[in-house]
Ligand binder design. Structure first.
Ligand code: GLN
Length: 455
């Protein structure tokens, strides 16, 4: 009840697209019954959750914050939601996002922007980060214990960082993408946002593991995480020098240094490492993102589902005007650019080249995690500054917003490795500053375990 109340209060912040009152109320009655009758408890009994509105939920609208899917109600549940429900979790609502998760501010939604709860200045408020800004605000405003986001280039870690909570991007394939409306299939992962590492681990334990409905899930049986203390003197942490970049605020650099010193004081081995391809990463991410977007978005043709225009003079016109009315400028520009990169004459020059560079970026990580001088974890900032004001952020083009916001986060998606953002302290503006830890592929468990003691 308290969470529902908070969710309603948080509507000023625009965290939710749909508040699932009925589900939450029925859930209360059902779990009370179970409590008195069979006394069987489940891992997440009564735990309130929010889910980003790009995960399919049967009988509950799933809009992707787009005109195209404004009236779309799926007939099936995403695996993530099905598993959370089976574990006893209670859905409070579907969370706001940038249209089709293309953004890093949660400002490009047909339902309007989401506000950062840490923002005190009404006339010059701060963005929540994105694209899972609704999920981050749902948790940080106390409307739910945990929320599910998606992370293609940083969309879980970025809003978690700007809203002062923990945000995990698991190893690619650890959590099923079935029912997650795709942005970039080769990089998308469901992410988890919560206040503490323990809460994130609890949720992960319920949703991770193979799924026959998603052939890209890791086939090995998932072994649940137990958060325990470890000996920091046995942990080697790398500080990638290429992550010091233009535009990073002094406060962020100081926070990074502060935690590095703390780790050293606890006898962890901390050393500078190099990931030489970092500088091209954002451009490569952008090309691959747009190519996959161009391909993914072709399913919205106005025929099978989604918005259909009334102007039906020809099939071509039906496609074109449904897509014109259904998508915002950001989505349309990514489709156009992606198709340009995929033209026969450009395919090798852009798409194939970007794939080759993606391999080199992934190799950079492999070298620091497996080379002779290997490290266990990498420590970097999550974002280059604290949360920008809406005014400052919305004045920039989506491409520039992303190039700045995703600088530290997207390489982990290109390499498929796990990464987590942890809040560290407040900036001069009283806004959260966070750092990111990355680990080798398939080490989500280790990353969470190690990080719990290290920071
Ligand atoms: N900002 C990035 C983009 O727009 C990341 C999006 C995401 O992770 N969903 O592509």
């Amino acid at each position: 009840d308290l969470c529902l109340q908070k969710a309603k209060q948080a509507s000023e912040l625009n965290a939710f697209v749909t508040i699932t009152n009925e589900i939450a109320e029925n859930h209360g009655i059902e779990s009370e019954k179970r409590f008195y009758i069979d006394r069987k408890f489940k891992e997440l009994d009564g735990i309130t959750i929010g889910i980003k509105d790009n995960f399919c939920t049967s009988f509950i609208p799933t809009t992707c914050a787009s005109e195209m899917l404004r009236n779309f109600t799926p007939a099936y549940d995403a695996t993530v939601y099905a598993r959370l429900r089976a574990a006893g979790a209670c859905l409070i609502g579907k969370c706001n996002l940038d249209e089709f998760a293309m953004g890093s501010g949660t400002i490009d939604s047909i339902f309007g922007p989401t506000r950062n709860p840490w923002s005190y200045d009404e006339s010059n408020w701060r963005i929540a980060g994105g694209s899972s800004g609704g999920s981050a605000v749902a948790v940080s405003s106390g409307s739910c214990v945990a929320a599910i986001g998606s992370d293609t280039g940083g969309s879980t870690r970025n809003p978690a960082a700007l809203c002062g909570i923990v945000g995990l991007k698991p190893t690619y394939g650890l959590v099923s993408r079935y029912g997650l409306i795709p942005l970039v299939n080769s990089m998308d992962v469901p992410g988890i946002l919560a206040r503490t590492v323990e809460d994130v681990a609890k949720v992960l334990n319920c949703i991770a593991g193979p799924d026959h409905l998603d052939s890209t899930t890791i086939k090995d049986e998932y072994i649940p995480i137990e958060i325990k203390d470890i000996d920091l003197s046995k942990v080697r942490i790398g500080i990638p020098k290429e992550y010091y970049c233009e535009g990073m605020s002094n406060e962020v650099i100081d926070t990074w240094k502060l935690v590095t010193d703390l780790l050293e004081k606890e006898n962890a081995v901390v050393k500078s490492v190099s990931l030489p391809y970092t500088s091209v990463s954002i451009a490569v991410y952008s090309i691959l993102n747009q190519c996959e977007v161009a391909s993914n978005m072709s399913r919205y043709d106005g025929l099978e589902f989604g918005l259909r225009t009334n102007e039906i003079y020809s099939t071509e016109e039906l496609y074109a005007s449904s897509r014109l009315q259904g998508f915002n400028n950001v989505v349309r520009s990514r489709i156009l650019t992606g198709n340009y990169f995929l033209l026969t004459r450009n395919y090798d020059k852009y798409f194939i080249k970007a794939l080759k560079l993606r391999r080199l970026i992934a190799n950079d990580f492999r070298n620091v995690f497996n080379g002779d001088d290997k490290v266990d974890l990498l420590l970097t900032p999550t974002t280059l500054t604290d949360a920008p004001t809406f005014e400052e952020f919305s004045g920039k083009h989506n491409r520039d917003q992303c190039a700045f916001q995703d600088f530290c986060t997207q390489p982990a998606n290109m390499a498929g490795i796990p990464a987590v953002s942890i809040p560290i302290r407040l900036s001069k503006n009283n806004l959260p500053l966070s750092l990111q830890l990355m680990g080798p592929s398939a080490s989500t468990t280790e990353v969470l375990t190690k990080l719990n003691v290290s920071i």
